[in-house]
Design a protein around this ligand. Structure first.
Ligand SMILES: Nc1nc2c(ncn2[C@@H]2O[C@H](COP(=O)(O)OP(=O)(O)OP(=O)(O)O)[C@@H](O)[C@H]2O)c(=O)[nH]1
Ligand SMILES: [Mg+2]
Length: 447
């Protein structure tokens, strides 16, 4: 990552034939290169005679003391005013210079780039592209009142049991914008849970300040409505979605919107009728707006719908999320009626996959088993930590719970569930797991 980035304007004093510089913006905001370094840059670019009349826009790589400096020159008025977009790198970035150069070229592709100083936000936008956004992500929960936004947040991120969120335990309506931060694998997820009563304020240009706080740079926007909203006034649900889409366009260009049709447990009728109804909703949203529609509920028999969708959405936000999904696929390869779940330190499921022939609706009991085993063992230090345990059930399931300390991945336990598996195959699976894990642990050491 660069040490910092600065925008320098350079004006030519026509009488003295001398270039005068001023730093007008920097990123991070507190980054300030030494005057000596700035002078050196201007000196190299302008004060050597052969360069003085150079009118072309160009990208230069300079070395000054131990710094590597990339400079993009933008000519505002030939021989009068220029802007220099300067990326300052530490020597250890020497191998990455090409990567930064490519970012510069992607930002300033033409020889007639626009001056940046006239658009203050533009500089920050450009500068941020040189820093791994890594690991900070923003998720906005937005939608009409009582849609279930806070319950979704609490059940998934805080592990609150559905029984503590439904009926008499319902949360109070949210007021304003509630901010939270959670870890998800290598990503830090900032969440904004917005108040449904104030929905209009967050999508109305008249409230630019709040609109901006809610939407700005959101990576994911979960537009949540409940099935009764749809039944009572689907046009309103769609109109509101349109408002969310247009606000997102202004403040979160790269953000991705998902529509959550929540409380599907409230839909009555046969499974066939329900499927048809869901398909209609999906088509109306996905065909017109190209927004993925997900059907969720926190009702215990259906909560897996919410968990799996959230895992997939969040794993897309994390660099290693994809690796973990691949890790689970690899474990399930060649297996039948099996599932694998990965848990983090606080026993939240961060990835779960099953073979197509196994429909496991409710993983919450498996989570509870994992949690209990870990708790019991932590209360019994004489037994030591869990390596693995196997539980056989009368209905023919084998459940392996295994401690795995993939710190980089934030994974601490793996559960493998399989039906009608013989002991030999199970011990093969455990060996495969051990091999796979020691490989991942080795990788961790070197990354
Ligand atoms: N039947 C059913 N009720 C749910 C579900 N999820 C949430 N609820 C209930 O819906 C009501 C509203 O839930 P909240 O999470 O407070 O809704 P919200 O969207 O945060 O509401 P505001 O904060 O007012 O915007 C509560 O009574 C919850 O118990 C669900 O999946 N099924
Ligand atoms: Mg709420």
């Amino acid at each position: 990552m660069p040490l910092g980035i600065v925008l320098i304007t350079v004006n030519c004093d026509q009488n003295l034939k001398k270039w005068k510089s001023e730093i007008i913006n920097s990123y991070p905001a507190d980054f300030m290169p030494s005057r000596a370094l700035v002078h050196k840059i201007i000196d190299i670019i302008h004060n050597s005679t052969d360069r003085f009349n150079c009118e072309s826009e160009e990208t230069l790589e300079l070395k000054y003391r131990d710094k590597i400096i990339l400079v993009q020159k933008i000519i505002v008025r030939p021989n009068e005013k220029e802007e220099l977009f300067v990326v300052i790198l530490q020597p250890k970035e020497a191998l990455n210079v090409q990567k930064y150069y490519n970012i510069l070229v992607s930002i300033f592709p033409h020889s007639d780039s626009q001056p940046i100083s006239e658009y203050p936000n533009q500089f920050t936008e450009y500068a941020k592209q040189f820093f791994p956004k890594s690991y900070r992500r923003k998720v906005l929960f937005i939608g009409l009142r009582s849609a279930g936004k806070t319950c979704i947040k609490k059940s998934f991120f805080d592990g609150v049991a559905p029984s503590k969120l439904l009926g008499e335990y319902s949360p109070e309506p949210t007021v304003g914008l509630a901010h939270f931060v959670y870890s998800w694998l290598d990503a830090e997820i900032g969440i904004i849970d917005s108040s449904g009563q104030e929905f209009d304020r967050y999508v109305s240009p008249a409230n630019d300040f709040e609109r901006k706080i809610a939407f700005e740079e959101a990576d994911v926007i979960l537009y949540i409505f409940d099935i009764t909203h749809w039944q009572e006034d689907k046009n309103k649900v769609l109109k509101n979605l349109e408002k969310v889409i247009s606000t997102k366009k202004i403040f979160a260009g790269k953000g991705k919107i998902y529509a959550f049709c929540h409380k599907i447990d409230l839909l009555k009728g046969s499974n066939e009728d329900k499927s048809k109804y869901f398909l209609q909703i999906k088509q109306q949203i996905e065909q017109k707006y190209h927004i993925k529609t997900i059907f969720t509920s926190i009702q215990p028999d259906l909560i897996h719908t919410l968990f799996r969708s959230m895992q997939i959405i969040l794993n897309e936000l994390s660099i290693i999320g994809g690796t973990l999904e691949a890790f689970c696929d690899d474990i399930l390869k060649d297996q039948e009626t099996s599932a694998v779940l990965l848990f983090n330190e606080s026993n939240a499921v961060i990835s779960q996959k099953s073979t197509p022939d196994l429909e496991v609706y409710n993983f919450t009991n498996i989570s509870a088993l994992v949690k209990n085993q870990r708790k019991l063992l932590s209360n019994s230090p004489e037994l030591g930590d869990l390596d693995y345990s196997i539980i056989y059930t009368l209905s023919g399931f084998a459940l392996v719970i295994k401690s795995i300390r993939l710190i980089k991945y934030g994974v601490s336990t793996l559960a493998f569930l399989s039906r009608n598996i013989n002991k030999e195959s199970l011990s093969q699976i455990i060996t495969k797991l051990d091999q796979r894990l020691s490989f991942e642990i080795q990788k961790e050491k070197y990354l």
